[in-house]
Design a protein around this ligand. Sequence first.
Ligand code: BTN
Length: 256
Amino acid sequence: MNNNDILKQLTTERFGKTMHHFDSLESTNVFAKGIAAEGTPEGTTVVAEFQTQGKGRQGRLWYSSPGENLTFSLIVRPRLSAKFVGIVSLYASLCVANAVRKQSQLELQCKWPNDILYNRQKICGILSESIFAQGVLSSVVIGVGLNVNEKNFPADLRQPATSLAIACKKDFDRVALLCEILQEFESSYALLTDKHSPHLIERWSKLCPMFGREATITQDGKTITGIARSIGEDGQLILDTPDGLQHILAGDATHG
Ligand code: BTN
């Protein structure tokens, strides 16, 4: 895949029109944050065939074999108040899950706050990083790592992983998938405002099997357990615990 292959198949008006493709890069998120600060247009996309220091959530590394998967970052500049920034990851996972369904017929599940699963195995991770200027949200870099044609995963992964190729027993055209995902991001972009967040959350929640079940959230070594009730309009998880309802901003979730 290269810049020309992608631009030829792209159906969007804005997203992906400024495209940076690299054979190897430290991290698409790191590169995207740099150009976001320099004022690159909204919708700029950075794709790498291989990342030497791919970033996962909570300071972890994201490993992906060269040329097998999709590792990219999209720069958005939504008109969101700072308190609503958590909904960007929900928007991203909703868009990726919908685009993947269109290309593969697979029904994926969203896991709060920003994983996508197939059959309880992780198929995609999302890392959204926000840039603020004078307390106002100026850009968000949405980093997507989607396991497409990967067949082998390291033995020491925190949680079981899978790929589209394993799930469907066939390889996928990564350019077509990337273009579908960017189209979905662009078509659903109107959901990314304070006012439309309840609608976004309603759509995301339909793909999340966690509600009504016991969930344990871990963050910074602390765990909290309760029944997952819903997602607040700002993207926080509302957990029913023995100490009452708790609104949780971030963390790693496990649930039955
Ligand atoms: C996670 O589940 O921990 C999030 C993983 C996010 C990985 C993607 S790959 C493209 C983008 N660039 C990065 O360095 N990380 C994200």
